[in-house]
Design a protein around this ligand. Sequence first.
Ligand code: SAH
Length: 535
Amino acid sequence: MKSAVPRALRNARRSIPRASPTKSLSSSSLSSLRLGNNRLTNTATFLSPHRNFSVTTRRLQDFDEDKDRKWSTPLAKQLAAAIELTGPIPLASFMRMCLTSDIGGYYTGAIEKDRDQFGLKGDFVTSPEISQVFGELIGVWFLTEWLAQGRQSTGVELIEVGPGRGTLMDDMLRTIQSFPVMANSIDAIYMVEASPELRLAQKNLLCGEDAPMTESKVGYHSVCKYSALPIVWTETIKSIPIDSEKMPFIVAHEFFDALPIHAFELVSVPASKSSPPSSTDNSSPSTQTATPTLEWREMMVSPTPPGSTHESLNTPSTQSRETPPPDFQLTRSTTSTRHSLYLPDSSPRFRALKSTVGAGALLEACPDASLYASDFAARIGGSPQHPKSKPSGAALILDYGPGDGTIPTNSLRGISKHRRVSPFAEPGLTDLSVDVDFAGIAESATRASEGVEVHGPIAQGNFLELMGIKERAGVLAKKAKQQKGEEAGEKVERAWKRLVDRGPGGMGKVYQALAILPENDGRRRPVGFGGDVVQ
Ligand code: SAH
């Protein structure tokens, strides 16, 4: 592996933040988060798709009377007004609004202009921001795939979803430049980014502050400072054309944990009450039986009672009480919803919960994660809509979540200024993050394309060590020591060790890597997942 690490990489150049927790905090806070503000409230919520006018009018009056309530953010006020009209909303709708809505979403403009999400002054720190070695090794990983798949001389595409400050892509590109034959095979770089501010930060880093950015029907365009490659920014992966001649190399780091989830609980319902989502139930007593049935109920978001405090809401001790009291809370719908009728039925893993766990089973489902995984798979392996005679390319997904196939439950976290906070406090100012269902991603990918296979998930620490992090960081640390002194060298050492730390809550253990590759009957394992470099 050592031989695959490029020699001409430059020295550590970023100051390495140490004191700040990573986006996903320690495992001790994780386990006690389990119920967090996610706990069920006793106020069961009715979802009435057929609400009549008088009910709506009454609710509007209530809202009017409640107009003096001080919501913690403008987005909270908008959400409350919308819920007043429509009834409680699915957790996924709440998350989507909080993270990417253009009326003050976390990634789309809510936080102050002079502050960004990343780093010591922001809310969290991610691996590419901790050490340049992270992005370099990911660049090397794609290089090894390019070598193993026959060194295609044109048509290579680099695609990153959720690129943050652009640091990972910058480190990858710099690394790939050391291998001119691969660098010359790249046609274009695509960046899928919802945030206009981060899009600009990425452009400034990858193209230079003075480089112009133009807009087209597809997205935004500029030219990369490395090899003058075109870079295209889109808001969703669907906007990137699918071409069967291309070899897409796709990377997603801490992207899937920001995708909205639906949460459900399995409840035991007396047979007479088991129902389609209707506010009227005309079944006659003669059709009722005594045997209860199991049905999924969706967790919905509704406002907390006016005048709530952290005390009255029992904000758990793992969450900081320095925020204003949460504006919203989770309640369990008393009837089926559109989503509860099909999402828990969409996977054999979910369906099995009825018999393996029974009433009380919880599950989180992320339709957007399935869409992205299916899209990656179709680009690499082809699909009925986009046939590909020779599968090619690779996707590498690195994120926070269980590596053992467990279905995530109660995983919604709120993060602000390096603290764990209620996910329902200060909507739009609080980052939201959930556990990624890697087994679900694998299932979606293989279902979407017969031309792919999946490797992993494997713990980040194992992946990075197999990729040669120790050797590469050792070279950097030595250089830093020689050029900038002992302390600079030690910083480099501390940074890479943090990325592979397998202690409680350590990044090497709680982050996983998963690869989607062209189908090969499992004959060639990729580097970092137990395979060797193929030249
Ligand atoms: N990969 C980076 C950033 C992680 S933060 C790193 O590791 O440092 C999540 C990133 O995904 C941000 O760039 C955010 O703006 C983007 N993002 C979040 N939700 C998105 C969505 N639904 N569509 C597109 N981009 C999204």
